[in-house]
Ligand binder design. Structure first.
Ligand SMILES: Nc1nc2c(ncn2[C@@H]2O[C@H](COP(=O)(O)OP(=O)(O)OP(=O)(O)O)[C@@H](O)[C@H]2O)c(=O)[nH]1
Ligand SMILES: [Zn+2]
Length: 184
């Protein structure tokens, strides 16, 4: 990541809003934001291949569901946070991953400029590509600060997105099971 470019950009924004980038409180702000962007956009240089490649063999291909995974992402339209819970399920095909790796997968794709629909799909696609289960289903519930703090100002509104892959695509019973478990 080009930290110098970010610093220059932030300085320009400060000037643009009529602030004095040289006053004491703002002097280190361009550098702070550059360091923060390295963290919150760190997923741009990663994929979930590494967390999803350490697998364990299983005989029983029963559904695995990890729910209420807290995530924070950044809306690519306004560069404001959107955050909430991710729920991930998959039907193994002879192998599973450590549970933390599902949360790590969410982290990789949340740490990019995103829209919620794309984040949801990228998590499911990463599971299908790297873990190769029989199917996967991912649901995200999030609050978008671009809709609460500014614009239409609707605090409390939630955006729900979900995608199905593999055996989840056509199987309504499996989908219902997923929703029931998430709501339980
Ligand atoms: N589909 C989708 N839309 C999003 C997401 N995050 C923010 N948005 C929306 O992106 C849209 C951008 O709309 P624009 O009309 O280009 O921008 P704007 O004038 O700032 O829009 P307002 O928010 O309505 O004031 C808004 O409707 C946002 O609510 C997201 O994750 N998915
Ligand atoms: Zn937005």
């Amino acid at each position: 990541m080009d930290k110098k470019k970010i610093q220059e950009g932030v300085k320009l924004i400060l000037e643009g809003i009529g602030e004095n980038p040289d006053r004491e409180g703002l002097l280190d702000t361009p550098d702070r934001i550059a360091r923060m962007y390295e963290e919150i956009f760190g997923g741009l240089t990663q994929t979930a291949e590494e967390p999803l490649s350490k697998t364990f063999h299983v005989k029983d291909n029963a559904m695995v569901l990890e729910k209420d995974i807290t995530f924070y992402s950044t809306c690519e339209h306004h560069f404001m946070p959107f955050y909430g819970k991710a729920h991930i399920a998959y039907i193994p095909d002879g192998k599973v991953v450590g549970l933390s790796k599902l949360a790590r997968t969410v982290e990789v794709y949340a740490k990019r400029p995103q829209i919620q629909e794309q984040l949801t799909a990228q998590i499911a696609d990463a599971l299908m590509e790297y873990l190769k289960p029989q199917g996967a289903m991912v649901m995200l519930e999030a609050e978008h600060m671009c809709m609460t703090m500014r614009g239409v100002k609707k605090p409390g509104s939630k955006t729900v997105t979900f995608v199905t892959r593999g055996v989840f695509e056509q199987d309504e019973r499996l989908q219902r099971q997923f929703f029931d478990l998430v709501r339980a």
